[in-house]
Design a protein. Sequence first.
Length: 214
Amino acid sequence: MKIAPSMLACNFSEMGNEIKKITKAGADLVHMDVMDGNFVPNISFGAGIIKSLRKLTHLPFDVHLMILKPLLYLDEFATSGADSITFHIESESNPFNTIKKIQKLNKKAGISLKPDTDIAKVLPFLPFIDIILVMTVEPGFGGQNFLMSQLAKIEKLRNIINDNKFNCVIEVDGGINFDTVKLVQKAGADICVAGTSLFKSENMHEAIQKMKNF
Ligand code: DX5
Ligand code: ZN
């Protein structure tokens, strides 16, 4: 299992040090939650902050756009140092145009879906994307409880991806801790995002290792 700590849960006044801490602790990716106060009822940070952190780590930046019009901001996030850009299927941008533009910018393209969104909505795009990001909480806030109802969705996606040999990884986001990581691993996830559980742990290195190899 690859682990992507979410910067949403870090100490915002110490973002530079937090990213160094994640790197030393053995994280695989850095997850950046971008929220616009429209698509979700919360505002986090944008491309300027991401850019300022880019030089502090070699880890890939996994940018999760929870914004209404992702297509309009892709250049900005690509320039900020994103390695993958994931947008929501429920956003207002045309999914095919958004995927095409992300890949034209030489970034991995991801689609995310909210807990109430049926997987039928993302199936047409699976052959073309690099990441499918399954939300296991309502997007907008860290620290929520994992929604068990989403495990079946992860399993279905795993089967579809395997059966069709699609080149797409399954990432799971929300409420991941030492218990839920086991459930999503069993369901077929490749990458787990973890915010609160990692940043609240006393020893981030131990916590990440425990999640990777339980
Ligand atoms: C929620 C974000 C998540 C969040 C996860 O909208 O997409 O990445 O930071 O936080 P935890 O791990 O605390 O649920
Ligand atoms: Zn996220």
